[in-house]
Write a protein that binds this ligand. Sequence first.
Ligand code: S3P
Length: 167
Amino acid sequence: MKQRNIILCGFMGCGKSTVGALFAKKNGMAFVDLDSYIEKQQNKTISDIFAESGEAYFRELEKQAAKELSEKNGLVVAAGGGTLTFPENVETFRKNGKIVLLDIPIETVAKRLENDTTRPLLNRPDKDKAMKELYDKRLPLYRAAADIIVNGDDSPMQVCKNITAAL
Ligand code: S3P
């Protein structure tokens, strides 16, 4: 029987990649990080794609990558922080998967991303303000996209257990 995909969604720094890799390992599934998938395809970092071609171009690549991955089965996909804020991507992933929101408070995000320079959307002098605005804008979109919402403000192992219990 074909196994449906599990798509992890949530704000930057919520643990999608760390939890996704662990969850896949524990459940004998294959793990794909959407950003890494795009980076490999383009042979460029996400930061370079944003810098050279802009966010709109990145969103097109992201949309295409989502379509490609949704054609497969039995994957755990760590989406990017913006992926599931676009209804088209929600529809794409829903066809063949369950969308799981890793819910974490902004305070945890701020702590985890304090010294991070790899997120172009937050690489700016007013980082804290930009983060808060984006977080507030996106939370309702994540909630609407998700089939399941779990507490992501826990150890990766515990978050995996939270997902298993909720599925
Ligand atoms: C983005 C989040 C990033 C990456 C890109 C845009 C966003 O992924 O896709 O920088 O719009 O929130 P992570 O959530 O894995 O950091």
